[in-house]
Design a binder for this molecule. Sequence first.
Ligand code: RFL
Ligand code: PHB
Length: 389
Amino acid sequence: MKTQVVIIGGGPSGLLLSQLLDKNGIDSIVLERRTKAHVLGRIRAGILEVGLVNLLREAGVADRLDREAFLHEGTILSFEDMQFGISFKEHTDTPVTVYGQTEVTRDLYAARAAAGGKIEFTTENVTLHDARSDAPYVTYTVDGEDRRIDCDFIAGCDGFHGVSRTSIPEDVRREYEKIYPFGWLGILSETPPVSDELIYACSSRGFALCSMRNAHLSRYYIQCDLDDQVENWSDDAFWSELKRRIPREAADRLLTGPSIEKSIAPLRSFVCEPMQWGRLFLCGDAAHIVPPTGAKGLNTAASDVHYLHRALTAYYRSGDETGLAGYSEKALARVWKAERFSWWMTSLLHRFPDQTPFDLKMQQAEIEFLRSNREAQSVLAQNYVGLPY
Ligand code: RFL
Ligand code: PHB
């Protein structure tokens, strides 16, 4: 088989790239290790920056989003019972969009199917070859049959545990990592959200987040120990812990119900440099991870896709290689700012096991500064709604 771009990974990065390339007349084949049902079963991001929403519109996959999504013009931060709002509208005049990653992915799969896009599911042993030559190719196995695709470029969109990043030789690759000493236990429940806006709650018992997917579906998280297990948490235990971490007036309003999904995610900051090696280009979680505080993961994946699809389009239209040559540097410049914001918000709002009384006072002083200082709120708002591409 032959195509212009082999895309490894059928998550949001790979699908969006494939859809945007198709809009520009560029052929691709997506290789996905799992089944479509598995990919759509993962509950992940919920907050989309305007840059991602515009990209989905450009890709022609935003009709349902434009009909169904909520716009949020601010968010709430709390410290024990004290709470305050930060207005995105006042500081940036830009809202964020509440629409689940699962729905974005579903819309992308539908669009790829409608366009006759080629996606191979349940691929095994995906291996990249000759990425530094002008004739790279990818081999893999599907249904016990070995296959090969020759291509011009390879896009590594296969997430943190994929094979693309590790195909870059160790003496070229630099990796920067921070592992946080806690995780997030999340549940999805068919209950109305407790608040019109998200609540990011810092409390002496640890962090909590009240989020949502729509008017009838809520997403809540609590900080948990790294070695904690989902089985340790009954729904009742989850709800009662959540109520102890959010302001009392919100806890009194909270409507609880059975969870329809419950999972624990570790928290990590990670960046791989460079994001390009020869004709291999990394996109999204394959190249970088942020802790979810601040909702930057999917949004940062989207800015990579934006730079890469434009660079590939310029190359195929006019042979212009400037965008491809500058991809890694351009993408990383924005990635590091999202890393900084996510690390800062995580540090601001979580309980760390080794926090001294002094560290706690610093955390409280910073929250109080944020509560009372317009400029500090403006900095948070600008980062939260998304820095420009
Ligand atoms: P994905 O989604 O991991 O997709 C990669 C795909 O590649 C496949 N794959 C392979 N395919 C073929 N061969 C191989 N060898 C392969 N290895 C892997 C995988 O099966 C998978 O389908 O990466 P992508 O596309 O870069 O998308 C990134 C986002 O998924 C991620 O950044 C966000 O979910 C992060 N995130 C959030 N981001 C936001 O912008 N806003 C949020 O509100 C937000 N909340 C979250 C989050 C992530 C979370 N978890 C669980 C990590 C909340 C949580 C709890
Ligand atoms: C979510 O709704 O899943 C969500 C929202 C905001 C975050 C992280 C996750 O910062």
